[in-house]
Structures are given as structure tokens and as C-alpha cells.
Design a protein around this ligand. Structure first.
Ligand code: FES
Ligand code: FES
Length: 186
């Protein structure tokens, strides 16, 4: 059966017709053309299809499109748009060798983002736990864990600067904050 749903996708309001049986992965890739989200196993085991729904990382291959009605969805395509530079997590994967073939990368980054948005100071054990559902066949995981840890340090630093700017708005301009969001602490 066809129905119309509305939701927020990467900050934009979307309204579209879907079939009851469609998964969110199908809707994103096949209907909306957002092919950054990957299809690996198709049954909830590899994490390649991970996106964020209302702040939670989920496997979009197991999530019905109908269930995104009224929700906020973030995909890998939404990460770099607003600053014009890579998100600190993306930049950190580049800088720390967290990417080889790249197939697992969008899912890894979205799982990492769901964690670091809640706790940018997450330690390695918390990072391992958050990425436990994401499989990588190339890197051996060490560089991925290093990438997420370094991104967390960067994001925590930016949050601290944001708090300082809130107290003294003249000290750090929005433009300089945006520029710093693209830098990485090594
Ligand atoms: S494609 Fe969804 S978990 Fe593998
Ligand atoms: S970089 Fe190839 S699967 Fe992870």
C-alpha cells in the first residue's frame, strides 16, 4: 500500500510517497538517490547501512521507511554540508588512516557520530562498544578506533571553545568556529 510520509532529512523537510514494505535503506538509496549509505549484508549484520534516526544509530536495512514519519534522519551526505568542510570525524578518518576501500566508512562514521554527539570524550572502550555492529574487512580496526578517538578530542575542544564564545561572544567569531571545525588535533 502507498502512503505519504514527512520527515527531516539532513536538516531539510521531506515529504514523499512510500510503499509499506520499503526499508529506510531502500528509500534513501533507490528513491532519494542518497547512495552514500551502503548496502552490505542487508540483514542487520554488517553496519554498512548505519544512519542516525533521532540521535540513535540504526541499521537502515532493518528499519521500515514508514517508521521515519515525523523523525529526524542524518546520513553521511548531511555531515559536511553546513560548514563547507569535512566534519571532524570525516577529516579524522582521512588523517588517521581509518579508510581503505571505504565501503564500511559511512556506517562507521555515522555510528561514531551518534556516540560523539552524546559524549565527545568517550574512551576507547565506549568507542569499541558503539562500533561493535560495524564490520570492516580492510583496516584491522586500529586506525578506525584511533580516528574516532582523535575526532572526539577535536569535538570536545570545539565544544569548550563554543562555551567560551557564549560567555564572551567577541572572542571567537562564528566564522572562526566554522574554520576550526575542519581542523584535527593529531
Ligand atoms: S546492510 Fe544493513 S546491517 Fe548490513
Ligand atoms: S575500509 Fe574497506 S571495509 Fe572498511
Amino acid at each position: 500500500m502507498t502512503k505519504t510520509i514527512s520527515f527531516i532529512l539532513n536538516g531539510d523537510e521531506i515529504s514523499c510517497d512510500i510503499q509499506d514494505h520499503w526499508t529506510l535503506l531502500h528509500l534513501l538509496r533507490e528513491e532519494l538517490g542518497l547512495i552514500g549509505t551502503k548496502e552490505g549484508c542487508g540483514n542487520g549484520e554488517c553496519g554498512a547501512c548505519t544512519v542516525i534516526v533521532d540521535q540513535l544509530a540504526i541499521n537502515s536495512c532493518l528499519f521500515l521507511a514508514a517508521d521515519v514519519q515525523g523523525k529526524q534522519i542524518q546520513t553521511i551526505e548531511g555531515l559536511a554540508v553546513h560548514t563547507g568542510s569535512l566534519h571532524p570525524i570525516q577529516q579524522s578518518f582521512v588523517d588517521n588512516g581509518g579508510i581503505q576501500c571505504g565501503f564500511c566508512t559511512p556506517g562507521m562514521i555515522m555510528s561514531a557520530k551518534a556516540l560523539l554527539d552524546k559524549n565527545a570524550r568517550a574512551d576507547k572502550e565506549a568507542i569499541k562498544h558503539a562500533l561493535a555492529g560495524n564490520i570492516c574487512r580492510c583496516t584491522g580496526y586500529v586506525q578506525i578506533l584511533d580516528s574516532v578517538e582523535a575526532a572526539g578530542r577535536q569535538m570536545a575542544g570545539n565544544q569548550g571553545k563554543g562555551a567560551a564564545a557564549a560567555k564572551d561572544p567577541g572572542t571567537i567569531t562564528q566564522q572562526s568556529m566554522n574554520k576550526k571545525a575542519g581542523e584535527v588535533i593529531t
